[in-house]
Design a protein around this ligand. Structure first.
Ligand code: NAP
Ligand code: GLV
Length: 328
């Protein structure tokens, strides 16, 4: 009999089709995972889950007594309660590396769009408001090249953003991380700063840490007030690494100039969120890694992780190694 697995929210079709040949797969999307009877029934018999942003807590795990592995189709794994999973010897996995350059491209695209007001001016043209040959200073943007880019979270994606800033735009790179990064210091001439120093010195502040208990709400009122009034803030990490209400206030008060946001406290964002009415805010719907090529590569890697876990092997991208040690 085929092993039962759950696919959740997003697994690319060729990968899903391949999994269906080997496993009894049920796909779920946009459901209430606490109360959906079909989901709960399948969960009670499933050995693995593959997908995106499934909130995994003790209650869900209690309802999945046969689970061996939960394979995220994402590099972030803040949706997984790893302590509870490890207690139950359930492995958690993610998809690092294959999305690094794509996310850095997105973050840089949002940065450029915000600095040069591209979405706003696109609407200006399409609305027929471009009526004199030369636009006036009210439509000018801010230079990116030769400015200072401050990166909070100099990991894989942070370094790929630094690479684009340093080699592509002649920017000075500052960074803040838990540990120093000699490779980035050498390759991109990046300079380490305390968080406060980085906020005070940067023209662009880019947040790209994981969401953890330490980073939750890391950028709030105090931090926005430390930034230059001319600063542009970019969030490519998770919505909850910042205090969104404090960002709204900082933008309203002119504490900073603009923001480019791929992630939000609530996703999808509420239609009445004030950020949506601000011309100096560029928004995208959490699409950091969303290209055809990269989503496929992520699904493939997630399937590899899933299958290793289902077969009692150590998955290549295990995020709670203690769970595997318990199995061994
Ligand atoms: P990574 O290689 O693990 O890098 C994370 C970096 O954050 C590391 O340099 C780490 O520092 C730093 N960090 C962790 N906690 C910190 C803290 N308290 N203070 C300062 N720095 C801290 O991960 P990655 O592959 O670059 O991905 C980073 C995150 O980007 C993901 O976790 C995810 O949340 C987000 N992401 C978003 C999208 C999107 O679609 N918008 C797509 C992909 C990823 P140390 O090295 O010193 O520990
Ligand atoms: C996307 O947000 C990811 O963490 O891969």
């Amino acid at each position: 009999m085929k092993k039962k697995i759950i696919a959740y929210n997003r697994v690319e079709k060729p990968v899903l089709d391949d999994l269906k040949k080997k496993y009894d797969v049920r796909f779920f999307k946009n459901i209430d995972t606490k109360n959906d009877p079909e989901f709960l029934e399948h969960l009670s018999e499933s050995e693995g889950i593959i997908g995106l942003e499934l909130p995994v807590d003790a209650e869900l795990l209690d309802n999945g007594p046969n689970l061996k592995v939960i394979s995220n189709v994402s590099v972030g794994y803040n949706n997984l309660d790893l302590d509870e999973m490890t207690k139950r010897q359930i492995m958690g996995t993610n998809t690092p590396g294959v999305l690094t350059d794509t996310v850095a491209d997105t973050v840089f695209g949002i940065l450029a769009a915000t600095a040069r007001r591209i979405p706003e001016l696109d609407q200006f043209v399409k609305n027929g408001e471009w009526q004199t040959e030369a636009v006036g200073s009210e439509h000018y943007g801010i230079n990116i090249h030769h400015k200072t880019l401050g990166i909070i979270g100099m990991g894989r994606i942070g370094k790929a953003i630094a690479q684009r800033g340093h080699f592509g735009f002649d920017m000075d790179i500052l960074y803040h991380s838990r540990t120093r990064k000699p490779d980035a210091e050498q390759t991109f001439n990046a300079a380490y700063r305390t968080l406060d120093q980085l906020l005070e010195e940067s023209d662009f502040v880019c947040m790209i840490t994981p969401l953890t208990p330490e980073t939750e709400g890391m950028i709030g009122k105090r931090e926005f007030q430390k930034m230059k009034k001319s600063a542009i803030f970019i969030n490519g990490s998770r919505g909850k690494t910042i205090v969104e209400q404090d960002l709204i206030e900082a933008l309203k008060n002119g504490d900073i100039t603009a923001a480019g946001l791929d992630v939000f406290e609530n996703e999808p964002i509420e239609p009445d969120n004030p950020l949506l009415n601000m011309k100096n805010v560029v928004t995208t719907p959490h699409i950091g890694s969303s290209t055809h090529e990269t989503e496929l590569a992520m699904s493939e890697l997630a399937a590899e992780n899933l299958e290793a876990g289902l077969n009692g092997k150590r998955p290549p991208n295990l995020v709670n190694p203690a769970a595997f040690e318990k199995i061994e």
